[in-house]
Write a protein that binds this ligand. Sequence first.
Ligand code: GDP
Ligand code: MG
Length: 173
Amino acid sequence: MKQVRLVVLGAGGVGKSSLVSQFMRGVFNTFYEPTVEECYRHFLQLPDGNMHCIEILDTGGTHQFPAMQELNIKTAHGFIIVYSIDDAESFKEAHKLRKLVVNVKGTENIPLVMVGNKSDLAVDREVQKDEAVTAAREEWRCPFLETSAKYNRNVYDIFLALLNSAETCENRD
Ligand code: GDP
Ligand code: MG
C-alpha cells in the first residue's frame, strides 16, 4: 500500500480545515476555529484499484513557526494550496506559499493542486476563474479546481487530482 503525506496550505480562513473535514467526515461547520496544526489519516482506494494511506496535515495558515512549516514541507509528498475566490489577498498568499514550497523542495516537479475554495460565494468573487486557470497552467503547471467545502463540490476531486499528480511526478523522476 502506498503511503502519501499531504499538506494543506493557504491563508487563514480560506477553508482548509473545512475541506479536510468535508473529505474525512462529510461534515461542514460554519464556525471558524483557527487551527494550529492537525494530522489525519485516511485510506483511499483509487479508481485504478490501488489502496493509498494518506496522511493529511492541516496547517494553521499563520507562520508563527517557520521552522516547523519548513519541516512539514520537506517531509510532504504533495500539496494542496488553497485560496478563497472571494479574497484576492489569499490568492497572493497562495502564490507565496507555492514559491516557498518550490524553494524548500528545490524543484518545480512537485505534486501540487491549486484550489479556489468557496465557489458558492460567486457573488463576492475577487479572483477570476480565468486568471487562476492561466496561473495553474502556465506558472504552477498543476491541476486547478474551484471547490465548495460548504456544498461538498469538487472536494474529493482535489485528493484524486493530487494522487494522480503524485504518480505523474514519480514517473518523471
Ligand atoms: P481555514 O482557516 O483555512 O482552516 O478555514 P476554515 O476551514 O476554518 O473556514 C473558515 C471559515 O470559512 C469558516 O467560517 C467556514 O465555515 C467558512 N468556509 C469554509 N469553506 C467554505 C465554503 O466552501 N463556502 C463558504 N461559504 N464558507 C466556507
Ligand atoms: Mg484551519
